[in-house]
Each structure stands twice: as C-alpha cells, then as structure tokens.
Design a protein around this ligand. Sequence first.
Ligand SMILES: [Zn+2]
Length: 209
Amino acid sequence: MGSIQFLGAAGTVTGSRYLVTSDKKKILVDCGLFQGLKSLRLKNWDKFPIDPSSVDAVLLTHAHLDHSGYIPRFIKNGFRGKIFCTAATIDLCKILLLDAAHIAEEEAAYLNKHKRSKHQPALPLFSSDDALRSIEHFQPVPFDESIALDASTKFEFRYAGHILGAASIILEVDGKKIGFTGDIGRPNDPIFFPPKLYCDRWPGALIFS
Ligand SMILES: [Zn+2]
C-alpha cells in the first residue's frame, strides 16, 4: 500500500518536498528550503520526519532553492542515494547550492563576530563542503525517457519551461501514476518553449502542483 506525504509547500509555497512511499521504495520529489519569514526558515533546522538514509532516491524538478536547497543538509544527515534531474539542473545547482552555502557561512561568521546569535557558535545550515559533496549524488536524466528504478517504480521528466532545465515529473509506482508539475512556465514566453502538458500521455495521473 503506497502513500504520499507533503513535507513542505503546504500552507506556504516554499520547502517543496513530497515523500512517496511504496512497499519497496521511498522516493522524495524535490528537496527544497523553506524561505521567507523567520518562522519558516527555522523549519529548515527541524529533524527530517524520517531517517534520510531510508530514502532511496530524490527526483528534482528544478534548481530553484525552494525545490533543491535542502539537498546538502539532507545528505549531511544521512541520505546516500542518487538525485535524478536534468543536466541543466545539475549545472545550475552547482552554482546555487554553493552560493547558498557561502551566504550561510558569511551570515554565521558575521553573527559570531558581533556576538549577535543566541547559539554559540552560530553555524551555517550547510557548508560549502556539504554543497560540493552533494553534487556527487546528482545523476542527469534526459527529458521524455522512462527511467526504471525497479520493476514497479519508474519516472519520466517532461519539459516545464519555468527555468533552464525545469521539468515536471511523472512517477509511476505499483501501476499508479502521480504527476508533479514543479513550477511551470508560460504558454507564450520569449525564451522558453511552452510547458509540455504531460496529461496527454498520462491520462488518469493524479497531479500535484
Ligand atoms: Zn521555481
């Protein structure tokens, strides 16, 4: 019996994380940071609801930090699997995750220097080394190709036109199809093609966006 848990982006738009659990696999779709108000950002420090080492794979829709920015912390806390996404998303994540780490390190250094934190010492959510290590887990996948994780679990990335490399993901588990739009682009855009509507090839899919 499978299930979907909404571990973020519920009641707020950041912290996109969906956990899909089947008899054989645990798959996290997106691994985003909570951003914005301090009360939301503090949630990034919460213990993850399950042991990250028990998750088999991450499927990442796109590189924006509210979808990808928790990855270094997730790995630091035990995740050992692969992160599947498009090649362009990997290129962007190399820049964005390292930049986020650098900002967090600078903030922690500032707070420590000026003794502005109640934590001694203040620490970054993740370091530049954590960000670099996380890149080793990324595995590029092409658009429009069905990838099988095992006999009963497969997924496909579809062009979403939101930013470079952005995808919607259709995950099929035990014969059930679940669509995750990620963030999707516009039908008329000067740079990007229109998002591919996956419903045409996946009638009956349950869709979350
Ligand atoms: Zn986005």
